[in-house]
Design a protein around this ligand. Structure first.
Ligand code: ATP
Ligand code: MG
Length: 416
């Protein structure tokens, strides 16, 4: 009980005083039984949402149609959900109706896996565990509550959650739970890709990402949302997983390392958008994939490397190096020393803060027009590109007088 924050206990005590049944439920109970500190505490109660609202000063009706309200106590938000069972599922999506229940066991029986279907009363210290969640936690098993085929047919996201929990916790899928995945894939296909992606990212960022990706492929889930990887040949897929595993646990890095040798930059960007990643993430993944094969730059001179920096932006250099290094590490480790040399050259070039865009030029658009003796016109753009090209080759030329001189020579050359 030492782990349970004061405001959560206050909510439990208050509802109990009013005569309602009230428990902690779901992930926090699972974590307390495992002996790890819970991330957040979900409360479930026989009180109906309006009764919960009446019991506390400040309550936000966050999801009142699903029976969820948020109690605000001492600045802390506590989610309180009324015991419920769910109405009919359509097309593997969330049920449109909910039915409130007075019994905790009813509420637990609608939950996905036995380890997530336990409730705990910290006041009496009673653990309600009708489906054997404690035993499965000890045995490291992910098992559906009730019949897996039915549960996966009701809600197509559940198989993905099963793989996610198995990966994150390092557990096995109980055989009948695992066997129910392939035949229910048509239901999984209908789930919104945004929800699939949220679970996928948890797999990808886990320390066991590699085995999680294997499990996704073996169960057929991967083919549905990431055919680019699912259809790759065995060796290419193995290298992709290994590269993803080798970069730090950030979505952009792991996605880029996974995709770098399977698709082009623009395809990676499209794929990110298809999976409903935020646009910025999709853009970054596309950029990283586009430039990830740094081996082909080993013999590039400084001007070419500066042009690379100009295309990626200085801020993306470290992410790019991380992805590129992981690829080299898993595909051709003998080239790591060469890679490290290139990495140090790129870092040194970036640290010198060379001019990389027209904004970095020592002349403004106005200066350029004055020097050329022209007004706004196409020639200004042409001159600007000429100057940028010149300073990318030789950054020391980026001084007003030198650039003016270059411009005059360039203009005279054009006139001939
Ligand atoms: P995490 O630590 O990742 O948040 P969690 O167990 O709290 O894990 P949530 O997605 O926050 O997972 O869901 C809270 C609880 O709601 C779960 O423990 C489970 O009891 C129930 N639940 C969530 N999604 C489903 C679902 N698709 N079908 C059935 N029950 C679900
Ligand atoms: Mg949770």
């Amino acid at each position: 009980n030492a782990d349970i924050p004061r405001p959560v206990l206050d909510v439990l005590r208050r509802l109990r005083e009013l005569g309602f049944a009230v428990f902690l439920v779901g992930g926090c109970v699972r974590d307390m039984v495992r002996g790890v500190p819970p991330k957040d505490f979900d409360v479930t109660t026989s009180a109906h949402p309006h009764e919960v609202q009446a019991a506390f000063k400040k309550v936000i009706p966050t999801g009142i149609q699903h029976g969820t309200v948020t109690v605000v106590i001492g600045g802390t938000h506590v989610e309180v959900t009324t015991f419920r069972s769910e109405g009919d599922y359509h097309d593997g999506r969330r049920p449109s109706t909910v039915k409130f229940e007075s019994d905790i066991t009813e509420d637990l029986s609608r939950r996905d896996f036995t380890i997530n279907a336990m409730a705990y009363d910290p006041i009496s210290r009673d653990l309600v565990d009708p489906f054997g969640g404690q035993a499965d936690l000890q045995a490291h098993v992910i098992r559906c509550v009730r019949d897996p085929h039915e549960r996966f047919s009701e809600d197509g996201l559940r198989p993905m959650r099963a793989v996610r929990f198995a990966t994150v916790l390092g557990f096995m899928l109980e055989p009948s739970t695992r066997a129910a995945i392939p035949p229910t894939l048509p239901v999984f296909r209908k789930v919104a890709l945004e929800r699939v992606r949220e679970e996928f990212v948890k797999v990808l960022l886990s320390p066991r990402a590699e085995s999680g990706l294997v499990l996704l492929a073996e169960t057929g889930l991967l083919e549905v949302f990431l055919p680019e990887l699912a259809r790759a040949d065995a060796e290419a897929a193995r290298l992709a997983r290994a590269a993803a595993h080798a970069v730090p646990a950030e979505a952009e890095l792991r996605m880029a390392a996974l995709l770098a040798d399977l698709v082009t930059g623009p395809q990676a960007r499209e794929l990110g958008i298809r999976l409903k990643f935020p646009n910025k993430v999709a853009e970054t993944v596309g950029l990283l994939v586009e430039h990830a094969v740094l081996e082909k730059r080993f013999s590039d001179g400084d001007p070419a490397l500066r042009r690379l920096l100009a295309r990626t932006g200085l801020g993306q250099l470290e992410p790019l190096l991380a992805v590129a290094r992981a690829r080299v590490q898993v595909r051709s480790p003998e080239r790591l020393p060469e890679f490290t040399q290139l990495q140090e050259r790129l870092r040194a070039l970036a640290a010198a803060k060379p001019p990389l865009t027209t904004k970095d030029l020592a002349l403004t658009g106005g200066d350029i027009m004055a020097t050329l003796g022209v007004g706004p016109s196409a020639i200004v753009g042409e001159a600007t590109r000429f100057l940028l090209d010149t300073v990318l080759d030789e950054p020391s030329l980026n001084q007003p007088e030198k650039l003016k001189e270059l411009l005059r020579t360039w203009q005279a050359g054009k006139g001939r």
